[in-house]
Write a protein that binds this ligand. Structure first.
Ligand code: NAP
Length: 246
């Protein structure tokens, strides 16, 4: 695996699930990680406890990424303390599934605000810092729902497709400054996000995955770290599927 010693990495949704695995992987490779979470302090404290020897290089910050003011305040603090950042991982995301005909405005807006506008808010602040040092890596965590769709996920699918569109346009704006922007698209991954699936649904969904199993969080982290590394210097505007062949 690649070396991130001396690099500063911001990971949204860092306190649980995929974001926690990504953060741990960066810490193991020597990075300093600023992990963002929404408000589950117990999970954040648990993560701090779990990271043991890496504790000194992990900061957890509460910040609602859908709120532009909170994001810009967070990045002002980061600039004062670290000057710049090398890597941004836009991982925080939520689901509120409902058939479109029954979906209220709140469920639509919340998912778009966090998953898509949150990605925009974080990218805008990060790119301003990365431009100054003429280097950066951004990885946005999207979903196969963006391209294949899923019943009950029009809000989630639209937000995840929006992340891909944002990625493909932003990479063109930042290419000359050596800032790459890519997506990783995980398939079904065992986290709290899909805790609500019944055992029958889990069995059914595993049948449609050619590898016949859900993915593990570290399998996503490995793909993210590659795209965030210096080795991925000529890869930008792409979507890397990590989904067992879906
Ligand atoms: P998860 O276990 O539910 O964790 C979500 C994380 O996002 C938590 O740390 C949460 O913080 C944070 N978060 C939520 N809203 C936020 C906000 N407004 N501002 C800042 N942080 C916020 O989710 P996951 O399964 O790891 O999913 C991570 C990403 O992968 C998401 O973008 C998801 O769409 C994508 N994905 C997941 C799967 C899957 O099967 N799990 C498949 C495809 C794509 P708190 O703990 O404070 O709430």
């Amino acid at each position: 695996m690649t070396d991130f010693k001396g690099q500063t990495v911001v990971v949204s949704g860092a306190s649980r699930g995929i974001g926690k695995a990504i953060s741990l992987a960066f810490l193991e490779q020597g990075a300093t990680v600023i992990g963002v979470y929404a408000g589950n302090h117990a999970a954040a404290e648990r993560f701090l406890e779990e990271c043991g020897m890496f504790k000194g290089r992990l900061q957890l910050q509460q910040c609602d990424i859908s709120d532009a003011t909170q994001v810009s305040t967070l990045f002002q603090k980061i600039e004062v303390e670290f000057d710049t950042i090398d890597v941004l991982i836009n991982n925080a995301g939520v689901r509120q599934d409902k058939l479109l005909a029954l979906m209220d405005d709140k469920s639509w807006q919340k998912v778009i605000d966090i998953n898509l506008t949150g990605t925009f808010n974080m990218c805008r602040s990060a790119v301003l810092l990365m431009m100054k040092q003429k280097y950066g890596r951004i990885v946005n965590i999207t979903s196969p729902v963006a391209t294949i769709g899923f019943t009950g996920q029009t809000n989630y699918g639209a937000s995840k497709a929006g992340q891909i569109g944002l990625t493909r346009s932003l990479c063109k704006e930042t290419a000359r400054k050596k800032i790459t922007v890519n997506c990783v698209s995980p398939g079904f991954i065992d986290t709290e996000l899909i805790d609500d699936l019944s055992p029958e649904q889990v069995k059914e969904y595993k049948k449609i995955v050619p590898m016949r199993r859900f993915g593990k969080v570290n399998e996503i982290a490995d793909a993210v770290l590659f795209l965030a590394s210096k080795k991925a210097s000529y890869i930008t505007g792409t979507v890397l599927d990590v989904n067992g062949g879906l």
